[in-house]
Structure formats: C-alpha cells, structure tokens
Design a protein around this ligand. Structure first.
Ligand SMILES: Nc1ncnc2c1ncn2[C@@H]1O[C@H](COP(=O)(O)OP(=O)(O)O)[C@@H](O)[C@H]1O
Ligand SMILES: [Mg+2]
Length: 396
C-alpha cells in the first residue's frame, strides 16, 4: 500500500521545505515519490530551483526532477476545465449572466475548495493506479488543509442528502424558470459531471483515515503563536480521526547563538514545551540554516538533518493517540494508555486542554470548542484505553 504524508502547519513555517526534503529523501531510498502542492502560493519549483517555465509547460501535471522523484503543482484553472468542464461552464455562465465580464466570471467560477477537490482527485487516481510508493502533499496553511481533509466527508454528505433533491427540483422547475428568467438552470450535463466527479473521489476518505497509510507531519517554529496554531491543528486533525505521526520544529537556533542567546534560550523553553505537549507524537528539530534552502543539494542536507539514515516514509505512530465520539448529548474522549490503572490517573482542565497525569507523566489533549464548554464527568479504563465523558449540564 502506498504511503501518503500530508505536510501541514502555519504559513511560512517551512512546509514546502520539509515536504521537498522528505520527498527527495524517500526518492533516494528508492521509493517512487511524488511531492504534490495544492497551496495556491506554490513554491515547489522555487525550493527545487526550477525554471517556472517547466511547470507552465507541464500544465499542472507531474514533472520528473530526478530519479524516482516527480513534482506536481496543481493548476486549478487547468484542472477544473479538464475534469469538471460542465460544472465550471455552468458557474461561469451564471456569473456572466449577472453582468460580469467573462474573464472575471471564469476566475470566480473557481469556488474555494476546488483546489482541494482537484488534489483529492489526483491522490485517489495515484492510489488506485499505484503510480507512486510515497505521495507527499505540500499543504496550504492549516485552515485550508483542514478543509482539504474534511472535503470527502462534505462531498459524501452532499451527494447523499442534497444532490438527488437538487436534481429533481431543477428538473421540475426548468420549464417554469425558462419563462421567468434568462438565467439558465443547470442541465443534466451539470449533474452528470458532478456524479462523475464524485465517483473519482470515492474511496479517498478511507485512505485518508487509515492511520498506517496517511499521516500528518506538522511543521512548527519555536514561537508562541505558531505553537498555539500547531496545537489547534493537531486537535482538528485528530477530530477528523487522522493520524499525526511527527512534529517538526523548524528554525531552531544553534546553542552558541552569540548575540541571539536570549532568543535561543526562549526557543529551548518552547522546544521542551512542545515535546511534552505532543506526547506521544515524536518531535524532531530542524536547525535554522545559514544559507537559503534552494536546490537539491540543500534539500538533501535538510532531509539528512530530519531523518538521518531512517526511512522517512515509516509511520512514526501507528494510530491517532486519541479520538472523540458523540454519545447522545455527551462527548466521549478515548485516549490510548496501555499499562495504566485508573487509580493512577489524575485529570485536570487547563484552559482549553484536558491534562492527564499519570505519575510524572503528563499528557495534553486539546479540546474542541464544542467540548470546552462541557463538564468532565468521570473516566474509566477499558482495554488499555482511557475513556473520559464530557456532559452538558445545562441540558440535563
Ligand atoms: N530551517 C531553515 N533554515 C533556513 N531557512 C529556512 C528554513 N526552513 C525554511 N526556510 C526558508 O523559509 C522560507 C519559507 O519556507 P517554506 O518552506 O516555503 O514555508 P511554507 O511552505 O510553510 O510557507 C523559504 O525561503 C525557505 O527556504
Ligand atoms: Mg509552502
């Protein structure tokens, strides 16, 4: 089974650098690798120091850069036209009928989220056709990556609950609408296109949720605001049931930081905090490099700093360390904690986290917004898992 590694994190933390270096490292180990980017602010070609022209020539399709390594920067406009022409043309017609120029209409018809859908189409295709051994996704900044991973669920819901109704209503309304307005209603080709599209994404959800196929690597910097966002990202990915298997702290100052010694000390403190917070997810550090990280030689150095001689495609963690479930009005949190007795466990709430202490060992579970306002109501151990119940006192 191929591996999918999603590299996510706040903007500017080093996602593209880490994704590129990881891809180069797995390619060197003999894995057929693709690094694919769906961040609109593409920069894979910059990291690899390629002529932009190459990508333009290749129209958003994979491009071989060295043995075993392809790069792909998804070109939404090109791809939507390629795979989703009917839907796209319909939307563009709507915008044109509202009086927009056709160029503006074509731009607008690329609704937010389409680059996610296009990337999912490709991932699914590569998985089904077994084109690569390792697929590394250079994600857009955190918020958008979350939309990306929730997209299959959203589409599935839409197809199950809305699509049929919408199509029937449209069929019934078309003759009347024709008399009343010039704005064309979507026709059968529009619905057929959506159905075709959905068929090509079907199955990707299970692939993304399989913790030994798909893992998330979160890139962070040793700075307060960035760490916060990393914690939230970790929580949200966890909520989707996805497995974060590594945290990468990037731009760590050397110990001999000279005039920056105070900054270095602060970084050391954050680094320790991060390691503790993300238990049991392994935390790796990447030093701040003096030279710009551009081109394969530099990326190879980064890869070495990250993984040494390890296999970067391994799963550092085999399942998400916690999950949330809804039980009626209540929420249940399940945390994998083998070898622990209930009596040893101490639970406290700290800001938006649940802190689990077992002896000297401490573990933070960031709580989703819907759970933060609930009360912790009891915990039990069940087959190596700690189960914590959160109840809504108001509704009782
Ligand atoms: N450890 C590092 N040392 C020095 N420069 C770095 C390091 N990590 C990233 N950079 C540089 O910082 C910039 C932003 O990194 P990038 O990987 O593009 O971030 P992102 O994809 O998260 O926006 C790039 O110019 C990159 O070369
Ligand atoms: Mg980037």
């Amino acid at each position: 089974m191929p591996r999918i590694i999603l590299v996510s994190g706040k903007g500017g933390t080093g996602k593209t650098t880490v994704a590129s270096a990881t891809g180069l490292a797995t390619a060197k180990q003999g894995y057929r690798t693709l690094v694919i980017s769906f961040d609109i602010a593409h920069s894979l070609s910059d990291a690899f120091d390629l002529e932009r022209g190459l990508f333009d020539q290749n129209q958003g399709l994979p491009l071989r850069v060295t043995e075993n390594l392809d790069l792909q920067e998804v070109d939404v406009q090109e791809d939507v036209e390629r795979h989703w022409g009917d839907v796209y043309r319909y939307l563009a017609t709507i915008f044109t009928s509202t009086g927009l120029s056709s160029v503006a209409a074509e731009e607008l018809a690329i609704i937010p989220g389409m680059e996610d859908v296009v990337t999912l189409l490709y991932l699914n295709q590569y998985m089904v056709e077994n084109t690569y051994d390792v697929l590394i996704v250079d994600c857009a900044p955190t918020g958008e990556s979350l939309r990306f991973v929730s997209m299959p669920t959203t589409l599935e819901w839409y197809m199950r609950k809305i699509f049929g109704i919408e199509r029937n209503v449209m069929r019934a309304a078309r003759p009347i609408a024709k008399m009343l307005t010039d704005v064309p209603l979507p026709d059968e080709s529009y619905f057929a296109a959506i159905q075709r599209l959905f068929k090509r994404i079907e199955g990707i959800e299970n692939i993304l949720l399989d913790p030994e196929t798909t893992t998330i690597r979160l890139v962070t910097n040793p700075e307060k605001m960035v760490v916060r966002e990393t914690q939230r990202a970790y929580m949200y990915f966890g909520l989707y049931g996805m497995n974060t298997d590594q945290i990468i702290i990037n731009r760590v100052f050397p110990e001999q930081a000279g005039v920056f010694s105070r900054l270095a000390a602060r970084q050391t403190a954050y680094t320790a905090e991060i390691a503790e917070y993300f238990q049991p997810v392994p935390v790796t550090q990447l030093p701040l490099f003096e030279d710009e990280i551009i081109g394969m030689a530099r990326l190879q150095e980064v890869g070495h700093a990250l993984y040494g001689d390890e296999d970067p495609s391994q799963c550092y963690i085999s399942s998400p360390s916690y999950t949330f479930k809804k039980d009626g009005q209540d929420y249940l949190l399940e945390v994998v904690m083998p070898f622990v007795q209930k009596e040893e466990i101490d639970l406290t709430r700290q800001a938006e986290d649940l802190v689990i202490r077992v002896g000297n060992f401490k573990r933070h579970v960031p709580l989703p917004r819907s759970v933060v306002r609930l009360k912790t109501a009891g915990a039990k151990m069940d087959d190596g898992r700690l189960i914590v119940r959160f109840v809504n006192e108001v509704s009782r």
